[in-house]
Design a protein around this ligand. Structure first.
Ligand code: BEZ
Length: 258
């Protein structure tokens, strides 16, 4: 996963241990990729490389890129045999085209989606496929709504803090079509996602939502976290378990042959 360019201070330990569901739930989209032995496959926003490793295990030549140096460092220590490097998806270019570009839980961090789609198009050979899953329109709406309301209640303007891009299927399919892709399949699905432990919402805010809190004092942040939990408890605390309101967009597209 690639974090927003503004802070890019990933907490790779917390990510791997408390938010490990990010790569585990990516297994579904991996089955749509169907990596074949010998294929060159780019994992765009590879995080700590768990899914890159699965692609490589299928016999493909897997290349993982991520903006976060901390994530790549962690990935290299877990998977020393993999080709993982720090790269910016807006500007990444390759001389050796890929048979497929894969991305799980990363594209929502890249708000300039057109530029990323251009990178994907340039990275693929004609006929190559793009298989991706990321947050769809309305993703984590309860978490975002509660966070923005709590910020406002503490005197912080919530406008301009949300770092994410969560498009509809129609919006994203059109964006790809405008860049020479043929969209073969797309799906939007609700995927309620359990967060680990009593501190699940706090951990989620700490690791994934720090853009909302860049100018918030420590005491205000503690009070905002409490307010977010109190507000969300009736809606997303189910049988002693926090369940985040994730909504995914899955898409498979092919680069039209020139
Ligand atoms: C997601 O995977 O849907 C997600 C990740 C970070 C922040 C928001 C959503």
């Amino acid at each position: 996963m690639t974090h927003s360019t503004s802070t890019n201070q990933w907490q790779a330990d917390t990510y791997d241990h408390k938010l490990d569901f990010v790569s585990r739930l990516g297994d579904g989209i991996l089955s749509l990729l169907q990596p074949q032995a010998g294929e060159r496959i780019l994992d765009l926003g590879c995080g700590t490389g768990d899914l890159t490793a699965e692609i490589a295990a299928a016999g493909a030549v897997a290349v993982g890129i991520d903006l976060s140096a901390e994530m790549i460092e962690r990935g290299r220590s877990k998977y020393p045999h993999l080709d993982l490097s720090v790269q910016n998806a807006y500007t990444y270019r390759t001389q050796e085209p890929f048979d497929a570009v894969f991305s799980n839980a990363a594209l929502h961090w890249m708000r300039d989606a057109g530029t990323v789609a251009e990178t994907v198009a340039l990275a693929l050979r004609p006929g190559g496929r793009f298989v991706a899953e990321f947050g769809g329109h309305g993703n984590v709406a309860a978490l975002v709504g509660a966070t923005e309301a709590a910020l406002a209640a503490h005197g912080y303007d919530p406008a301009g803090r949300n770092p994410w891009y969560f498009p509809t299927v129609g919006e994203y399919a059109s964006l790809l079509e405008a860049r020479g892709f043929r969209v073969m399949w797309a799906q939007e699905l609700d995927r309620p996602t359990p967060l680990k432990g009593e501190s699940g919402v706090r951990d989620w805010l700490d690791v994934l939502a720090d853009d909302f809190f860049h100018d918030v004092s420590a005491p205000d942040k503690a009070s905002i976290y409490q307010m977010v939990e109190d507000h969300l408890r009736p809606a997303i605390y189910v049988d002693g378990q926090w369940v985040a309101d994730y909504r995914r967009l899955r898409i498979c597209a092919v680069k039209v042959a020139e």
